[in-house]
Write a protein that binds this ligand. Structure first.
Ligand code: SF4
Length: 241
């Protein structure tokens, strides 16, 4: 069975996108293939994985990395026994770097009947193909300003058979033209794909986006895509993980 360097495992509410507010177990995996300016996630490999001592306790114990898929499956099972859980979210970093590990954990927890939720930067389509049947829900980010649209398009063509939504983080610097190029790319794949416009939560030197700009970006997107929602990060507002 595979193993991976895992940053943390905990039980909390989904803070973003279509399933905002749902109770999930989060498995945050190390490593990412991108370097976004506004990244607020610690995805560097660590000697120890932080594992919540009980579901929702927000206190942690350390377990030596790497963890096997069997170890992680047992931790997920114990959290799900404590709190009814709607999905297990593989996040990162970029979880598809560890596609075999995601597959193995998903297989080992099948008995629970919880949905397998993938939070991805939408650039690794070959890895998605390899794990496609193990995943139920895909939350795919579109990264603006990094010339990734052709990779995102290829990924979307693979992902669109799933319960899929696309999320675009917008900042004070987001250019309308660049945003519209992304919207047109999504519409070209399927105009029925749900698009989430997520106003950035300010970090480092990244500027907040104004209310007027958010509304104009949503209006522009609605001219191409049928379902466009503006949803900020909720977990940051209520200071939970
Ligand atoms: S893809 Fe996500 S985890 Fe990776 S650098 Fe960008 S924001 Fe951070």
């Amino acid at each position: 069975m595979s193993s991976a360097n895992v940053i943390e495992i905990f039980s909390s509410v989904q803070g973003e996108g279509k399933y905002i507010g749902c109770r999930q177990v989060f498995v945050r995996l190390a490593d990412c293939n991108l370097h976004c300016d506004y990244c607020d996630t610690d995805f560097k490999r660590a000697d120890f994985c932080k594992i919540e001592t009980a579901a929702g306790s927000m206190t942690f114990r350390d377990v030596k990395n790497p963890l096997t898929a069997a170890q992680v499956a047992e931790i997920i099972k114990s959290f799900c026994a404590e709190v009814p859980t709607q999905a297990v979210s593989f996040t990162g970093g970029e979880p598809l770097i560890h596609w075999q590990f995601v597959r193995d954990v998903a297989e080992a927890i099948k008995i629970l009947g919880v949905k397998i939720f993938l939070e991805t930067n939408g650039t690794l389509s070959d890895e998605l193909l390899r794990t496609f049947d193990a995943v139920d829900i895909i939350s795919m980010d579109i990264k603006l300003g990094q010339n990734l649209l052709s990779l995102h398009e290829k990924f979307l063509h693979v992902a669109k058979g799933k319960d899929l939504y696309v999320k675009v983080v917008v900042t004070g610097e987001t250019m309308l033209e660049e945003f519209l190029s992304a919207v047109e790319m999504v519409a070209g794949v399927d105009e029925n794909i749900l698009l989430i416009v997520q106003p950035v939560t300010p970090v480092k030197n990244v500027r907040m986006v104004s209310a007027a700009k958010i509304l104009s970006l949503q209006a522009a997107a609605l001219s191409k895509i049928k379902n466009v929602r503006v949803i900020p990060q909720a977990h940051k507002l209520i200071s939970i993980l």
